[in-house]
Design a protein around this ligand. Sequence first.
Ligand SMILES: C[S@@+](CC[C@H](N)C(=O)[O-])C[C@H]1O[C@@H](n2cnc3c(N)ncnc32)[C@H](O)[C@@H]1O
Length: 199
Amino acid sequence: MKFLDEKYLGALATSVMHAKTLDESFSFANSFREKQIESKQWLINHLTGNPKHVCILGSWYSSVLPYLLFKRFAIIDKIDCVDNDPNVQRLAKVFRHFMGYEHRVNLWEKDAKEFITTNDEYDLVINTSCEHMPFDMNEIVKKKTQYAFESNDYFGIDGHINCKKSLSEFADSTGLREISTCEERDMGHYKRFLVVGKC
Ligand SMILES: C[S@@+](CC[C@H](N)C(=O)[O-])C[C@H]1O[C@@H](n2cnc3c(N)ncnc32)[C@H](O)[C@@H]1O
């Protein structure tokens, strides 16, 4: 990210101002803290190819990944962001509007598994919320698509229903065979895992 991107910072600030409660503004602000940006940039740095159609599962407020993806891959013409929480999607819409992303970013208030098993035309599918999902990624991966998945061993946090004990346990659960990246990062209280590859 360059030093100050006024448009990006403006869209983030305006979205925070649209929060209806303190909890909501806290949650939105949490989505673009330093470690959130760092972990998404880590993933972006390991992607290959020239993806045109991208899907992000468990996209939260869509406040970081679409921005970083458009900066890295000018060729992208569509990003589908899927998150089943209506409150999250309300602020995601505000952010999308102030970024001027309406024509390139679609926001879907759907269950991730249901969505991805009925829409399969993607070059790249990203899920940085695997620890929140009640299924493993081996249940959704298909040939040809590039996948980038993140999870962690941060057990005991609200909503963390599918953490993994180790990087190898997580890699096995993705069902990916042609793995180009399999790395972990020490985040202080926990480890974050990244697996990128194809089926
Ligand atoms: C806390 S957030 C993101 C955490 C993640 N570690 C990250 O940094 O991107 C997790 C998101 O996953 C979404 N989510 C959880 N289960 C889902 C599902 N089955 N389908 C779609 N979205 C889901 C939640 O609504 C939430 O917005």
